[in-house]
Design a protein around this ligand. Structure first.
Ligand code: XMP
Length: 511
C-alpha cells in the first residue's frame, strides 16, 4: 500500500509538534513545514493541517501565506489560528474575544456532521487557547459546533473538503482530539495508516542503500538511544562500510565504556573504542566555569573524533543521530534554535571538517518513534530504555573543577543511585536521574571520628522531552536506603541531599 504523507503548515504555535505526534500515533506519516516555506511538491501530500499561532490574523506581521494551491484542492483541516485565517481572508470576521477563551470547554453540535464527528459525543471536552474569536464565518461556511463561550467553534466550507476548528485537538485535554484527527484524516481525506516502525526500517534501509551506495560512513556512537538506533539502521543498510567510533571521555558512568562497547560489538557493529579519558581530564584541569567546561569537552571531542575519523580511508559520509524535534526547531517559524540557555555541544553538530557529507537516518522521527524503531530491529530493551545522559557527562555534575578523584567519587555515588532505582523497579518510571557532586564539604561523625567530607545531591525528574520537568516523589524508604548505602560505601562522602526543584525555574543539570 502506498505511504501517504500529511502536510502540517506551522504558523508558530507551541502545539504544532503535538499535532505531528498525534498524526504519527495514528500510523500516518506527516511532515511539519513553516508557513513561509510551503513545499513545492504538494502532489506528495494527501491532506493538509494548518496549525495554531501566537499571532493575531488581524496583525500585518502575522503569517498570511498564499493557500491557493491547497484550499479546495486537498482535504484541509484548519486549527485555531488556521480557522481564523480562513475566516479573515474569505469574507468572515475575526475580532478580539470579549471573554477569555483559554482552557476547557464542551462541544455542542449544531449540525449533524456524521463523519467529522464520528464517535464523538455531544458535550465532548475540548481545549481552547486563543484571544481572537471568529465573529462571522467565511463565505460558504457552515457552522458545525459551538461551545458556551465560542459560537463558531467548528465549521466547514460548503463545496470543499475544508474543515476548521477553533479548539486544539492535539492537546491531551481535548478528550476526543485524536478521534477527530482520525475522522478527518482517515474517513474524509482517506489517508493510509501504514507508517509503522517496520515500514520505516524498510524504507530507510532502502534509502540509505541508495544514498550512500558503496561509500564509507563514519558515525560517533554515544551509548545513547539515538546514535545506537542510527548505527543499527546504517549497519543493516551498508554493513562493514559503517565505521563507528565510541569515545571514552572519562566522564561516563561507572564501567559504562566497557559495557557499552561490549554491547555494540555484540550487535555486530564495526566499532572502534577510543579511550581518551586522560586527554579530556588534562584539558579540563583547573576549569570551573560550566560553559568553559562544555566548550573544552566539545573541542577535545572533535579533535579525538577527527583523529580517528581520518584513519578511515576514503570515508565520504558522517552519520548523525539527529531527530525530528531538532530539525523542526532549526527550520522553525521563529527562525531557528531558541535562545541558548546552555550550549549543548552535540546539538551544534560537528564542524565542517574533512568535507564529509552528512546523513541523518532519524531526522524525520520523534524520540518515542526512535525507541519503537529500535525495538522493531531487536535492540536490547535495556539500551533503548536508558535515561538521557548529557554529552559532557559527569563534568557538568561535578560542580567546580574536575579531578580524577572527584570523577571516581561521583561514578560510585551515581552507580549506587542508578542500580538502586533499577533494583526497586523505579528506573523506568523516572525520565532521568543522576547524582551531583557539590563543591562543599560538611562536618559529619562516623564512629567516634569527626569527618569533613563531600556532599552529593541526588536528582530524579519526570519529563517528556527535557524542556520542562518535575522532581520525582521517590519513596522515603528508598531515599533512606540509598543515602545509607552511599555514605557507607563511597569513601569521601558524608552527606546526601535530594533536589526538589522543578524545571523551570531550575534546569535538570546543575551546570
Ligand atoms: P537542562 O539542564 O538544560 O537539561 O534542563 C535538559 C536535558 O539536556 C541534557 N543536557 C545536555 N545534553 N549536552 C548534552 O548532550 C549538554 O551540554 C547538556 N546539558 C544538558 C540534560 O541531561 C537533560 O536531559
Amino acid at each position: 500500500m502506498q505511504q501517504h504523507n500529511v502536510l502540517i503548515l506551522d504558523f508558530g504555535s507551541q502545539y504544532t509538534q503535538l499535532i505531528a505526534r498525534r498524526v504519527r500515533e495514528l500510523n500516518i506519516y506527516c511532515e511539519i513545514h513553516p508557513y513561509n516555506k510551503i513545499p513545492e511538491n504538494l502532489e506528495n501530500f494527501k491532506a493538509v493541517i494548518l496549525s495554531g499561532s501566537p499571532s493575531s490574523v488581524r496583525s500585518e506581521q502575522a503569517p498570511h501565506p498564499d493557500l491557493s494551491e491547497i484550499r479546495g484542492k486537498k482535504p484541509l483541516l484548519a486549527v485555531c489560528y488556521g480557522a481564523q485565517y480562513l475566516a479573515h481572508f474569505s469574507d468572515g470576521l475575526v475580532a478580539p474575544s470579549n471573554t477569555r477563551e483559554y482552557g476547557r470547554a464542551n462541544l455542542s453540535f449544531i449540525k449533524n456532521e456524521e463523519v467529522f464527528f464520528k464517535d464523538i459525543s455531544e458535550g465532548s471536552q475540548v481545549w481552547m487557547s486563543h484571544s481572537d474569536t471568529i465573529k462571522e464565518l467565511p463565505k460558504n461556511g457552515v457552522l458545525l459546533a459551538s461551545t458556551n463561550d465560542v459560537k463558531n467553534a467548528a465549521y466547514k466550507i460548503e463545496g470543499e473538503t475544508t474543515f476548521a476548528i477553533q479548539f486544539h485537538p492535539e492537546v491531551y485535554h481535548s478528550t476526543d482530539g485524536t478521534q477527530l484527527l482520525k475522522n478527518f484524516l482517515i474517513d474524509i481525506a482517506e489517508v493510509n495508516q501504514n507508517w509503522t516502525p517496520n515500514s520505516f526500517v524498510e524504507s530507510t534501509i532502502n534509502n540509505l542503500k541508495e544514498t550512500v551506495g558503496d561509500d564509507k560512513v563514519i558515525l560517533g556512537l554515544s551509548g545513547g538511544v539515538d546514535s545506537t538506533v542510527a548505527g543499527v539502521l546504517l549497519h543493516k543498510a551498508i554493513g562493514e562500510n559503517l565505521h563507528c567510533i565510541f569515545v571514552n571521555n572519562g566522564l561516563l558512568r561507572k564501567n559504562e565504556y566497557e559495557s557499552v562497547l561490549k554491547q555494540y560489538e555484540g550487535m555486530g557493529l564495526n566499532v572502534k573504542g577510543v579511550d581518551a579519558s586522560q586527554r579530556f581530564l588534562t584539558a579540563l584541569a583547573g576549569i570551573s566555569d560550566p560553559e568553559t567546561k562544555r566548550k573544552a569537552i566539545g573541542r577535545v571531542f572533535i579533535e579525538v573524533f577527527d583523529d580517528e575519523a581520518s584513519k578511515v580511508q576514503n570515508a565520504k559520509w558522517l552519520a548523525q543521530g539527529t531527530i525530528y524535534p531538532d530539525v523542526i526547531e532549526s527550520v522553525s517559524v521563529n527562525g531557528g534554535p531558541s535562545a541558548t540557555i546552555k550550549s549543548h555541544h552535540n546539538v551544534g553538530g560537528l564542524p565542517d571538517f574533512m568535507k564529509l557529507k552528512v546523513v541523518e537516518p532519524l531526522r524525520m522521527i520523534f524520540k518515542d518513534e526512535v525507541r519503537r524503531v529500535g525495538k522493531s530491529m531487536g535492540i536490547d530493551k535495556e539500551l533503548l530504555g536508558r535515561h538521557p545522559f548529557p554529552g559532557p557527562g559527569l563534568a557538568i555534575r561535578i560542580l567546580g573543577d574536575i579531578t580524577s578523584e572527584k570523577v571516581r567519587i561521583l561514578q560510585e555515588v551515581d552507580a549506587v543511585f542508578i542500580n538502586g532505582l533499577k533494583e526497586h523497579g523505579l528506573y523506568d518510571s523516572v525520565w532521568q536521574a543522576g547524582a551531583i557532586l557539590l563543591p562543599v564539604n560538611s562536618v559529619g561523625v562516623m564512629g567516634d571520628e569527626r569527618t569533613y567530607e563531600k556532599v552529593v545531591a541526588l536528582r530524579a525528574v519526570e519529563s517528556t522531552d527535557g524542556m520542562t520537568a518535575d522532581w520525582v516523589n521517590l519513596p522515603y524508604e528508598f531515599l533512606q536506603k540509598i543515602s545509607n548505602s552511599i555514605i557507607n560505601n563511597v569513601k569521601g562522602v558524608n552527606r546526601v541531599v535530594y533536589d526538589i526543584s522543578s524545571k523551570p525555574p531550575a534546569t535538570i543539570e546543575w551546570e
